[in-house]
Write a protein of this length. Structure first.
Length: 146
């Protein structure tokens, strides 16, 4: 997410909170919070989808974003070069999971604190097979050793 998108969603979320007296008093019912989160997730998907696909680096392209309830599901294609899908899964999963989780915990803290979860799915560019899926929640971020 670039700075413009983050600013837009932070401001939008703060506007929703500021205009809702139940949220200000800490008595925001769970069902209403879930409905609000689903609306926010849909807005994020609508906004970020406009710029896809987006090259992230020499190996990674951000190809899709979907809403799954109150979870943002980002999909990335990885150009694995000559490595097989199996060797990428075996050799790179742990390292990538740690790096992705730490990065999302920092960059998307407001979403996670609001109980909006984030899932990163990585697929092989050449085979289109799913290589990894990392599901990140506020609880997982609290468990990370900094």
């Amino acid at each position: 997410m670039n700075l413009k998108h983050i600013f837009f969603f932070v401001m939008f979320t703060q506007l929703l909170i500021a205009n809702d007296p139940m949220k200000q008093t800490g008595e925001f019912p769970l069902k209403e919070m879930q409905t609000q989160n689903q609306k926010i997730v849909k807005l994020v998907v609508d906004e970020l989808s406009k710029d896809l696909p987006k090259v992230i680096d020499a190996y990674t392209t951000f190809v899709d974003i979907q809403a799954n309830g109150s979870t943002l599901v980002y999909t990335f294609e990885i150009n694995t070069g000559s490595k097989s899908d199996e060797s990428v899964q075996k050799e790179d999963k742990q390292r990538m999971q740690e790096a992705v989780t730490r990065g999302v915990c920092r960059s998307s803290k407001r979403f996670l604190d609001a109980q909006i979860n984030i899932s990163y799915v990585y697929i092989s560019k050449k085979s289109k097979a799913k290589l990894f899926e990392f599901n990140i929640t506020q609880q997982k971020c609290l468990e990370i050793k900094n």
